[in-house]
Design a protein around this ligand. Structure first.
Ligand SMILES: O=C1O[C@H](COP(=O)(O)O)[C@@H](O)[C@H](O)[C@H]1O
Length: 232
């Protein structure tokens, strides 16, 4: 396991520090390759970071933002990660960015996954930046313990792209990028806050199957060393 931990005094300081790091990585990608890509997580943690990032002065028109994972719900559903990003990140200077949604009105989550896999391939790979979160159960992206396609999602044999996932703790069916799509990002961040999640991370760093705490797949096998951003 190879990870660097960045600790901050509070969530505001973390949001600013992470926004500096991520905007630097995106600006560098635009300079080197003419475009940049970032996949972000949903949930309750990233809101302040999204707001801080949206104010950074970079060439947002050359940046594509997508989601690490999404619920199979329309973008006007309060539980939609797309809605969270629209309200908090695709604002201010970042309004000029392109957004690649995972949800599609395609009749089924499987059909949507197929369409988005094709669309995401056009972004090229690896992602310039991936921001992961982690749930109290040790899930990351939609790699849920007990998930219907967990083994497939975290297998190094499963190609890049989007697959569907259903799990007891997940609510709606999910769409998630596979482990292969996320693990070699040029900048790979795990953003967690609170003592509870620090304790979950400590447990994940211990022995045990990846299927019990799927964040272990990232901590143990990601090609890019993980930068862990934490605040109390
Ligand atoms: O279900 C999800 O939860 C995790 C963590 O969310 P949080 O509310 O505990 O911050 C998130 O990383 C993932 O993208 C989301 O779909």
């Amino acid at each position: 396991m190879s990870a660097t931990v960045h600790e901050f005094s509070d969530g505001t300081a973390l949001a600013e520090g992470l926004a500096d790091r991520v905007s630097g990585a995106l600006a560098e990608a635009v300079t080197s390759r003419g475009r940049a890509s970032i996949a972000v997580s949903g949930g309750s943690t990233p809101k302040a970071f999204f707001k801080a990032l949206s104010s950074r002065d970079i060439d947002w028109a050359k940046v594509t933002i997508t989601l690490v994972d999404e619920r199979f719900v329309r973008a006007d559903n309060p539980r939609s990660n797309h809605l969270l990003v629209a309200d908090n990140l695709l604002q201010g200077k970042a309004k000029a960015a392109q957004f690649l949604p995972l949800y599609r009105d395609a009749g089924s989550a499987e059909a949507a996954a197929e369409i988005v896999t094709a669309d995401a391939a056009a972004l090229g790979h690896p992602f310039d930046v991936v921001i992961l979160g982690m749930g109290a159960d040790g899930h990351t992206a939609s790699f849920f313990p007990g998930g219907s396609r967990l083994a497939e999602a975290i297998s190094p044999e499963t190609p890049r792209g989007i697959i569907t996932m259903e799990a007891e703790g997940a609510g709606e069916p999910r769409l998630t990028f596979t482990f292969a799509s996320l693990q070699d990002a040029r900048l790979l961040v795990l953003h967690i806050e609170g003592q509870g999640k620090k304790d979950v991370l400590a447990a994940a760093e211990g022995d045990g199957p990846e299927t019990d705490m799927p964040i272990r797949a990232v901590l143990r096998r990601a090609a890019t060393p993980v930068d862990i951003y934490w605040a109390p």
